[in-house]
Design a protein around this ligand. Structure first.
Ligand code: ADP
Ligand code: MG
Length: 392
């Protein structure tokens, strides 16, 4: 087991908090500050304890180089506004000048280090870099749920240097809801998967078969399965290398009495375009060279029946190309059905959350996970390196 931040003495201590401030930016303007807001309760708690707070995060994919567009400066400014406190922002995340600034940090002072990924050693989990980061603090806290499935210097390598270590309130909350889904939440447990990252998500079905009796598969994922069943799917999204695995999953599910519910109809468009001509067709019938960009109304009706009966739901991935208004009915329909039901509902995944946000139904879900990949890995029972290393 691991401890939470409020079980660790922080008074007068230098506390390193790995946060996830990987916010979407458009020309230095933060488009959505939810990730910063989510970490405030942990930071405020550390402030009340008179800790010296050192925050660290990555932003974007600078690939080990200093890339001005990936600077955390706009985040430091927003954080300072939100907390109404000064936030010290050094030019780097490592080095003597940072060390000096930390020495000068008063109790209750806050520093945000510059982007960790400006150094290739971060993602390489390089031990010397990790040791240097660790030398900045007395206590280590991870509150970056979305990074726990990665073993990087700031989430993994630096942690064993600390005796005092634990999770922040955000990570604690994520784990509480995700654990509940497969244990104490009402049954049956329903998993809904969609989106386009088939290879990321398909193995989750295999690993989750012991926990969930039913899987609803929509979005771009569905067509790899329909192809595996021998349907003609036209030019719909397919991951050819995953067709064999999809076949195996379908036959294993049948043996185990697990339902994998696939679309029975879809909106078939001529082109991948918002204003493309499209029609609703039953699975595999006359799709020719068209591509399925959303589940059809019959499929939505079928999915709704399962959603209404579910005790707990985990949802990752939109049901169609929700960015185009013609193809968002499936995703919005599923969102409404979950919102109107009584199940414990957890949603993960960047695009899934964006769709829910656009629908204005955020408050009707039990929990919106800040980590798509991490939430799936946790649920399927795969060890998260960032969590494992926090165990005492
Ligand atoms: P999340 O971010 O929620 O984990 P993904 O990144 O896996 O979800 O997938 C989201 C993307 O999947 C969206 O951009 C959406 O347009 C796309 N998508 C959904 N359905 C289809 C489809 N039928 N064909 C092609 N792309 C799709
Ligand atoms: Mg996505």
């Amino acid at each position: 087991m691991f401890r939470a931040i409020d079980q660790i003495p922080l008074q007068e201590k230098r506390v390193f908090i790995r946060v996830d401030f990987n916010v979407p930016l458009k020309e230095d303007v933060i488009v959505d500050d939810r990730r910063i807001v989510s970490s405030l309760s942990t930071i405020r708690y550390a402030l009340t304890q008179k800790a010296k707070i050192i925050l660290a995060s990555h932003l974007g994919r600078p690939k080990g180089q200093v890339v001005a567009a990936c600077s955390l400066l706009p985040v430091a400014e927003r954080l300072s506004e939100l907390l109404d406190e000064e936030v010290v922002f050094p030019e780097d995340c490592i080095g003597d000048s940072v060390k000096k600034l930390i020495q000068d940090l008063p109790e209750g002072g806050i520093m945000l280090l510059e982007n960790l990924r400006f150094h290739p050693e971060e993602e390489a989990n390089q031990s010397h870099f990790a040791e240097k980061l660790a030398s900045f603090a007395d206590v280590y806290i991870n509150d970056a749920f979305g990074t726990l499935h990665r073993a990087h210097a700031s989430t993994h390598g630096m942690v064993p240097f600390f005796k005092e270590k634990g999770v922040g309130f955000l990570v604690q909350e994520e784990i509480k809801f995700l654990s509940m889904l497969t244990t104490t939440a009402p049954k049956p447990f329903l998993v809904i998967l969609g989106g386009s990252k088939v290879s990321d998500k398909i193995s989750m079905i295999e690993k989750m078969m012991n926990h969930a009796p039913t899987f609803l598969i929509g979005g771009g994922m569905a067509y790899t399965f329909l192809k595996a069943m021998g349907h003609s799917i036209g030019k719909s999204l397919v991951e050819e290398t995953k067709v064999a695995q999809a076949k195996r999953i379908l036959s294993r599910a049948e043996t185990k009495g697990i339902k994998i519910v696939l679309p029975v109809d879809s909106l078939i468009a001529q082109n991948f375009e918002a204003h493309s001509l499209y029609e609703c067709l039953p699975v595999g019938v006359n799709w020719h060279n068209g591509m399925a960009l959303d589940i059809g109304p019959k499929t939505l009706g079928l999915f709704k029946e399962y959603i209404q009966k579910a005790g707990a739901i985990f949802w990752n991935g939109p049901m169609g190309v929700y960015e185009m208004s013609a193809f968002q009915k499936g995703t919005l329909g599923v969102a409404h059905a979950i919102a109107e039901g009584k199940s414990v509902s957890v949603v993960g995944g960047g695009d899934s959350l964006a769709a829910i946000k656009a629908s204005g139904l955020e408050k009707n879900f039990s929990h919106l996970s800040t980590g798509g990949g991490a939430s799936m890995r946790f649920l399927e029972g795969t060890e998260l390196p960032g969590l494992k290393v926090l165990e005492n």
